[in-house]
Each structure stands twice: as C-alpha cells, then as structure tokens.
Write a protein that binds this ligand. Structure first.
Ligand SMILES: [Zn+2]
Length: 683
C-alpha cells in the first residue's frame, strides 16, 4: 500500500503538514480498491470468524474512513478549487461503495455466521458491535427478498429526490418573494443596517425605495422592529405561505409532503415496522414514539400556564404602551422585542467585551481538569492553518488519552458554523492501540489588528463549551472496539447530552467569574449584568417551549399510523394539534409544514423531539450537582464513568439511569428555563 502517501500513513496523527491535493485521488482510489478486495476475500471464507472476517473488514473500513474523513475535513476548513473538484469527483464513488456494501447479502450472511458461531465467546463490546451491524444491515433492506429489495431501493432513490425537491422549493419560494416599499415613513423602527441592505436590494432589482426579503437576516429584524402593522402582516403572510398553494404554484410543496410521507411509510412497512416513526425509533434512545409523545405532553402541561401569562403580558403591554388591541401573530415578535429592550437594556453584542478568548479557553480547560482530572497541553504542532492548535489530553496518572485540533476563527474557504468531528476513533487490540483524535471547529471573529486577543459573545462561549463537550465524549472513551468507541454507535437522540451538559456551565456564576473579565481586562463581569442575562434568556420561554412541542408532536404524529392521503389531511392534523397546544391563534392560511425542512428535507423525520429530549437530559444531569451539592470532581467522575466513557456499549437510557439513579425527569429543565417561576409583569 502507498505508505509514502500521507493520507495512507495510519501511524499516529494525521499528516496535515505534508498534505497535497495531488495525494487525494491516488490514496482514496487505492483504499477503495483495497476495501473491494477485502470484501471479496471475506465473502469467500469457508467459515467466518471474528478474526478472519470482522477484523479485516473493520481495519479496511477504518482506513478508508480516516483518509476520506481527512479529505472531507480539509474541504470544509481550507476549501480550494482543486480540492473541491477532486472531492466532488470522488464523492459519488465513495457513496456508491458504501451503499453497495450495505446491500451485500454475502457480507450480511458472514456477520450472521460469526454471530451464530462465536457470540457467546465474544466480549460485551464485540457482541454489541455485531448486533449494531446486523441491525443496520436489516434496516438497509438487505434481508428482503429480491422483489422487495428492489422496491426498497427504488423508494430510497425516490425519497432522496423528493427531499431535494422539497428543499429546493423552500429556497426558491423564499428567494421569489420581495416586499417593495417606496414611502420611507412606513419604515419607522427598522435598524439602519436592514434599511441599507433593503436599499441595495431595491437598486439591484431596478426598483425605487426599499426591498425586503424573507431571508433570516432581513425577516427577523423586520418582524421585531417594523412599526407599520400592515407591512408586518404582509411579510408574515408571505413567510408562512412559502412553498404553498398561496404563493408561486411552481414551488408548491403540498403534494411533495404527501408523496414523501407515503414513500416513507411503504419503506417502513417493507422492513416490518408499523409506521415510519417506529422505524426511526429503532435507532433512538427514546426507543418508542409514545415515550417522546409523553415527554412532549408533560412539557406542554407545564409550559402552558406560563405561555398564557406571557401572552397576556404581551397583550397588556401592546394596549397600554403601543395602543394596539387584538394582538395578532405578526405582532408577537414586535411587542416582545419592545418589552425586552425596556427591561434588559443590553444587546448580545454588548457582552462581547467581557469574554476575552484566552481567558475563556483557560477557564474551560481548568473546568475540564476539575471535572475529569485531565490536563490539556498545547503540542505546538503545525496543522492546516497557522491559527490551528493541537492539544494533547492526559489523565491524572499522566497517561495520554488522545488529541484534538482546535480551529476557532472564521476565514475564507471555511464552511460556516461550529462542529466537532471524529478524525480517529479509539481502538485497542492486543497488537496496537489507536488513540482517539477529534476536530473542534468554530467560526469566531479573529482578533482585530490592534487587539492582542479575540473577544467572544456569550453565545459563542456557549458554542465553544458545547463543541468541547462533544470532544470529551469522543476522547474520554474507555471502549476498545472502534465501531462503538467515543461517539460511534451512540443513539442519534443522545449524542447531544455531553455537549449540552457543558453549555449549562455558561449559566453558572462560579464559572462565569472565571472565564470573564471586566471592561478594563481585570476581574470579572458585573454580577448584576449576569443576572440580567439569565432573565433575558428565559424571557418568553413558555411560548417558545409550546412552539417546539407543537413542531415535535406534529412530526411524530404525521409519521405514526397511516400516511395522509392528501394535503388537507396534513393540515387537518396540524389544526387538531394546534387546538390542543397553541396559545397564539393561527390564521387559516398558515402553511407551516410546507417549509418544515428539518423533517421533510433534513435528517429530523420523527426526530424533531430530540432537541427538547437532549435539553431535558442535560439539564437533569447538570441539576444533580446542585440538588445533591456535589463537587465538580464528584459530578465529573460520575458523568465520565457512567456516560461519556461508555461510548455506544450500553443504551444511553441505561447510562443515564446508572448516572442519575433514575430515569430522566423534566423538572431541572423547567427550572433552568424559568418555567417554574411566576411571570413578572412589565413596568
Ligand atoms: Zn452538538
């Protein structure tokens, strides 16, 4: 094999400083060939065993995954024309290889044979890995007869193109609409930056005046600050009818939804599930759709009272301060914003001066040391950009656990957003130990030319803590089998537990004192300001919770039972749910599902609840430290032992119960979002 090619050198850390675009194609082609060869050899085995089948397959897959992962990673963080073009050229080949493997009946049979012959003799970790593999093969349709398998693959292809169509329609419908206003007097209240953009948009369209779009940077401030009520109504109407029969017919998603739901249902039925929701829950911590529905019912019961008071508060304020009667849906953000400005008198941007990056990172590493007894040391190694750092993580006894790269600043050629990715998974055999390596990527503003340090908004501090939680999950694993070590094999709706757990510390005064400074760069931020931040965070949490619950319940129920036969049935279900859940009346033309890309174009089908699910888990886990007045080290040791070191070995519910001593409850989240306190009426 091509040892001289840095992408094919699997000893130790990735060779980023030696990387050249010219290496990509020969490396990936040779690894794909090698993988094909092993698949062929393994399926000819007389008798399949772990050593002659599973192990060589895993080794080859791990190498392909690591090399291709590095290419994908570099394409995300230092994209260039040549790199993107070779990535796009190889992507279909790699995807095709994996898809063919998932349909390979011979390999599936080999795994079944190993399981039948050797399972009682294997370690817990190997058993679990085999079970996962067999489950995933079954879920990809390999077990079906030839006719059904063909049908299954047709449905998968059909769903891929329907989802793409759904997403294109939403984008096109969003782009298609412009609100043009010529009278400056109607635009009172709008921020200068929004007006500036709208002016530029109008001139690009050869229009007089200002043109407003439905894209988030325009739509959100427009609804929060435009004083002209009828303009807000017009924008609201355009927004909630996107990709529906009320807008440009070319982009109408009404029947796309029905087609998607029907194909999903048929797919689930082929695999022997009652509904698509049941199929989705086969790989989830919640395990049963009913469990997620129960959680949502409990949350809505507890949030309703607060949501009703919040609505009352909005409508009182609207009539007493703004002379507005009958609060309408297009008034909610506007009135809420007015109250927020009056009460909290600070903007998120104002907080940036209190969080110098160096102090935040130092405080974060100290916290990790207190929690998990680890030390984090800068390796001062070159990576893909001069600003990227590589850190080594060791335990109390000084044993090396793994590494992570930290790439924090935005730059050209870097994909926006923040994420953690797995570069290498922990894998320990008698012959060798492969230590885990992670990428932590953010897009923070880099330090200005005069400043010696960068400054983070509080939201960015939370992002850094969040991603660092994922890094810990990946690096602190004690599982030896790579397929279930770190974040591998963890249920889809449980992966956000370790990351959201870390976010809680950003709302803890003890930690804030350590990671902030005052405006002169000394001490810490004022406690009175911190208290205002907490209040502002929880402002409108009742209405927001009900909104998330409504989306989650719609997503679950539309995927349970028989699929709707026409668009009217889709809207009928949503209307029923709204009657139960929503405190804000919704006009009959509202077509929210038509742009609900998370579930019709993204990966959240019968899974939208997982946002709330993860919040419940993380708040409940964090709440333990306060309830039982545990030290950071006590809570950290326990969380490490029962949750984050366990990888995908046990179910996440089992992990949680072992950690908390009981099943998760929603009380900690209610407290954390202020839903248990009474609503303060506005001054
Ligand atoms: Zn996350």
């Amino acid at each position: 094999m091509m040892k001289h090619n840095p992408l094919c050198n699997f000893a130790g850390l990735p060779r980023f400083s030696e990387f050249q675009v010219g290496d990509v194609k020969p490396a990936i082609s040779s690894l794909l060939d090698q993988a094909e060869k092993i698949v062929g050899q393994v399926s000819l085995q007389q008798e399949s065993t772990w050593d002659n089948t599973v192990e060589p397959l895993m080794r080859s897959m791990d190498q392909l995954r690591r090399a291709w992962g590095q290419v994908g990673h570099l394409n995300s963080v230092i994209s260039s024309e040549p790199l993107r073009s070779v990535y796009n050229e190889l992507l279909p080949k790699v995807t095709e290889f994996y898809s063919r493997l998932s349909q390979n009946k011979k390999i599936y049979q080999c795994f079944k044979d190993v399981s039948a012959a050797q399972k009682p003799l294997l370690s817990q970790e190997r058993k679990k890995y085999l079970d996962n593999e067999l489950r995933d093969y079954r879920l990809s349709g390999v077990d079906l007869g030839e006719r059904e398998q063909n049908r299954y693959q047709d449905l998968s292809k059909r769903l891929a193109s329907l989802s793409a169509l759904f997403s294109d329609n939403v984008l096109d419908a969003t782009d298609d609409y412009v609100l043009n206003v010529e009278e400056r007097s109607r635009l009172e209240g709008l921020p200068a930056a929004v007006l500036f953009e709208a002016k530029a948009k109008a001139s690009s369209l050869d229009q007089e005046g200002w043109s407003f779009t439905l894209k988030a940077p325009c739509w959100i401030p427009f609804m929060e600050s435009c004083r002209d009520r009828s303009l807000r109504e017009e924008m609201y109407h355009a927004y909630v009818t996107r990709a529906s029969e009320y807008g440009n017919q070319t982009f109408d998603n009404s029947t796309t939804i029905v087609d998607i739901l029907s194909a999903r249902h048929e797919k689930a039925k082929l695999l022997g599930f009652d509904s698509y929701a049941h199929l989705s829950f086969a790989t989830k911590m919640a395990a049963e759709p009913q469990r997620a529905l129960d959680l949502m019912a409990e949350l809505s019961d507890r949030a309703r009272h607060r949501a009703v008071s919040e609505l009352q508060m909005l409508s009182d304020y609207a009539s007493s301060h703004l002379g507005m009667q009958d609060l309408m849906p297009w008034d909610i953000s506007f009135v809420a914003q007015k109250i927020k400005e009056e009460r909290y008198s600070f903007k998120d941007e104002d907080l940036r001066q209190y969080f110098p990056l160096r102090k935040v990172v130092e405080g974060l590493f100290d916290l990790l040391e207190d929690l998990y007894g680890i030390s984090v040391v800068d390796e001062k190694t070159k990576a893909w950009d001069p600003n990227v750092k590589l850190f080594a993580v060791s335990d109390r006894a000084g044993s090396l656990l793994g590494y992570f790269y930290m790439d924090l600043f935005a730059r050209d050629g870097k994909r926006p957003g923040a994420w953690m990715d797995d570069a290498i998974g922990r894998w320990k055999t008698e012959q060798h130990t492969q230590l885990p390596v992670a990428y932590l990527v953010c897009n923070f503003p880099s330090p200005s030319a005069e400043a010696s340090d960068a400054y983070l908004s509080h939201g960015e501090v939370e992002t850094l803590f969040h991603e660092c939680g994922h890094v810990m999950h990946h690096l602190m694993t004690q599982i030896d089998e790579v397929g279930i070590s770190g974040i591998n094999g963890v249920e889809w709706d449980a992966v956000e537990l370790p990351s959201q757990f870390m976010e809680n510390f950003c709302w803890d005064w003890g930690i804030i004192k350590k990671i902030s400074s005052d405006v002169s760069g000394q001490g810490h931020m004022p406690e009175s300001l911190f208290k205002k931040m907490v209040e502002a965070k929880n402002f409108m949490s009742g209405i927001q919770t009900l909104r998330q619950v409504e989306f989650s319940v719609f997503d679950l129920r539309i995927h349970l039972g028989e699929p709707p036969k026409n668009p009217e049935e889709v809207m009928g279900l949503l209307d029923d749910i709204r009657k139960d859940l929503s405190v804000i009346p919704v006009p009959p033309y509202n077509r929210f599902p038509n742009s609900f890309s998370h579930i019709f174009a993204g990966g959240y089908a019968a899974g939208y609840y997982s946002y709330k699910w993860a919040e419940v888990l993380s708040a409940d886990a964090f709440g333990m430290s306060q309830e039982e007045s545990m030290s950071l080290s006590d809570i950290g040791t326990r969380f490490l032992g029962e949750v984050i070191s366990q990888g995908g070995l046990r179910s996440s519910l089992e992990n949680f119960i072992q950690f908390r001593g009981r099943e998760p409850t929603i009380d900690a989240l209610l407290q954390h979002t202020g839903l248990i306190e009474a609503v303060r009426s506005p001054a």
